[in-house]
Design a protein around this ligand. Structure first.
Ligand SMILES: Cc1ncc(COP(=O)(O)O)c(C=O)c1O
Length: 296
């Protein structure tokens, strides 16, 4: 990441008026690194945690995954190679693959999820046999260093702004788990709600709890899977209307991640679970690339 600043916190005045709460956004979509969002915070921490510079970093994710794209660009910046095991169908993903190609990343595309782990293992073994120093990053950067980076960011932003609620998109878990661990350190702690972008509650909750433990806290995970809207990478008019509401009020949202998180937030306000006038921190995790690459 370019040295200098963390992401800004913004008071969303128009959306606050629209929803009837005091809505702040932690703009991790604006970390000083293009298009990566929360993956920038996690991956920079993961790379910084290594004892020695790698020759090759291997990871996996969906073809249009922010994690893989961010790793590819960080690898190009730092001067190590990246190899990505991408899961999905190349059709309709030309532009996402072109972005990876532009960085010099190499990749396999597998259609069966069962092929992901063996493909990683084979690439790892081949590179290690050549004498390369190889580091494998768990998909989504679901790592201890990633969770700790989010814990530390959460302590800073919650201490400074004292929200009653924090709402965040929750996927592989370390973003939500790290934030929950950070909140758990504070006397005047907010409720931290993760809105699932793909997993059902049982699996998602376990991954978030694991990440919180890595960051030093046993937390009661609040993980909501009511806004999946068809599943990971899918949506209907329900999510689309929330994404449109964001853009109309100057907040870029996407249909895969932040739109679902905002749908959860809006519902919690609508049902009265979040009281009128409450201070709410929406942790914006990025997703602009997904919005721009949709259908391409
Ligand atoms: C834009 C965006 N938001 C949220 C998430 C979920 O983050 P995590 O995997 O740490 O739960 C991701 C993960 O891919 C993401 O790319």
């Amino acid at each position: 990441m370019i040295d200098g600043t963390d992401s800004p916190v913004q008071h969303l005045r128009r959306l606050s008026a629209e929803l009837g709460v005091e809505l702040l956004a932690k703009r991790d979509d604006l970390l000083p690194f293009p298009l990566g969002g929360n993956k920038v915070r996690k991956l920079t921490a993961e790379l910084a945690s290594l004892d020695a510079a790698p020759d090759l970093v291997i990871s996996n994710g969906a073809i249009a995954s922010n994690h893989c794209r961010t790793l590819a660009l960080l690898a190009a910046e730092h001067g190590f190679r990246s190899h990505l095991v991408l899961h999905g169908d190349r059709d309709g993903e030309t532009r996402a693959l072109a972005l990876l190609d532009a960085t010099g990343a190499t990749y396999d595309v597998v259609s069966d999820p069962a092929d992901i782990a063996p493909t990683i293992d084979a690439r790892h073994a081949k590179a290690a046999a050549r004498g390369d120093r190889v580091h494998v990053v768990a998909g989504g950067c679901h790592t201890r260093a990633g969770a700790i980076a989010y814990r530390d960011a959460a302590v800073a932003v919650i201490s400074a702004h004292r929200p009653a609620w924090v709402v965040v998109a929750s996927g592989t878990g370390a973003t939500h788990g790290g934030i929950a661990a950070g909140a758990a350190q504070l006397a005047d702690r907010p409720r931290v709600v993760g809105v699932s972008v793909g997993r059902i509650a049982e699996r998602g909750t376990a991954a978030v709890a694991e990440a919180a433990r890595w960051a030093g806290a046993d937390v009661d995970v609040d993980f909501r899977d009511a806004y999946l809207d068809g599943g990971y990478g899918r949506h209907t008019a329900a999510t689309a209307s929330v994404v449109a509401l964001g853009w109309k009020n100057g907040l870029p949202l996407d249909h895969t991640y932040t739109g679902k998180a905002m749908a959860g937030l809006r519902d919690m306000v609508g049902t009265g679970e979040i009281a009128p006038g409450a201070r709410v921190l929406f942790w914006h995790t990025g997703g602009l690339a997904n919005y721009l690459l949709e259908g391409g």
